[in-house]
Design a protein around this ligand. Structure first.
Ligand SMILES: Cc1cc2nc3c(=O)[nH]c(=O)nc-3n(C[C@H](O)[C@H](O)[C@H](O)COP(=O)(O)O)c2cc1C
Length: 232
């Protein structure tokens, strides 16, 4: 095998706005305001993947999603297009977007826009295929009865700033999965990352353009209380 082709900065200013989903309706949810959380240290030490859970209220899922993916600062001037968020991201471009695709109270896929700090619904282009894909993904962890999340990445956005950008998306996707895992642990929720990237599920969505890449799937729910859960 030849040497890997490394990403390299192009030194051009990326676009400030990065999404372009056809949103059919938009809405907000209450901000995440946990009453009591463990310390970061305790969360790091005690975090586990919990494959058994019951569904959360949709608003709780979306509040967590917003907290995890919210932009806390927009770069200006030469830093236009660069964002400050919870997860690490190559060039601070944060190309990952998260959809809640199925679960209680979800009739159409819901996407969080960090550009506008709002949620919107998008549509399936192939609803029957989507149901089939969702069933297959949910069958991977059958005791995890929660909401299904799909992480997608805008390759076009990152390619404006980097040559050979693909591997950057995968690493950014891993960072976002870890954020969901840690945040879920801190809140007493269960988060199960799944093996499939979700590429077949992404194909069933009406997406902005074909340079979107599915980079992860996971199920989030409410973990049952266990005797050994004292600290998280
Ligand atoms: C990319 C990725 C894919 C995963 N795929 C699955 C999966 O398909 N099914 C599953 O039950 N867990 C899956 N997991 C969860 C891991 O199995 C779990 O994190 C691992 O066992 C470590 O356990 P811990 O998270 O409790 O430390 C996945 C995790 C990652 C990061």
């Amino acid at each position: 095998m030849g040497a890997p082709i490394e990403p390299s900065p192009k030194r051009v200013r990326p676009l400030a706005s990065k999404d372009g989903w056809a949103i059919t309706s938009s809405f907000s949810v209450p901000l995440l305001q946990p009453e009591e959380t463990p310390t970061l240290f305790d969360t790091l030490v005690h975090r586990r993947t919990r494959r058994e859970c019951e569904p959360l209220a949709l608003n709780d899922v979306l509040s967590l999603l917003q907290f995890a993916m919210q932009t806390r600062e927009f770069g200006e001037g030469d830093n236009a297009g660069r964002l400050r968020k919870v997860s690490v991201s190559a060039g601070a471009l944060h190309p990952i977007e998260v959809l809640v695709v199925s679960g209680p109270e979800v009739s159409e896929p819901i996407i969080y826009s960090d550009d506008y700090d709002t949620f919107g619904t998008v549509q399936f282009s192939s609803p029957d295929c989507a149901i089939d894909q969702i069933d297959q993904l949910m069958a991977i962890a059958p005791q995890a009865k929660g909401h299904l999340m799909l992480l997608v990445a805008n390759l076009r956005h990152v390619s404006q700033a980097y040559s050979q950008p693909s591997s950057l998306l995968w690493r950014d996707g891993g960072a976002v999965l870890q954020t969901f895992s840690l945040l879920s642990a801190a809140l007493g929720y269960a988060f199960v990352p799944l093996g499939p990237t979700g590429s077949s599920l992404l194909e069933t969505l009406v997406k902005p353009h074909d340079d979107y890449v599915a980079v992860g799937t996971g199920i989030i729910g409410k973990a049952p209380i266990r005797a050994d859960d004292a600290s998280v």
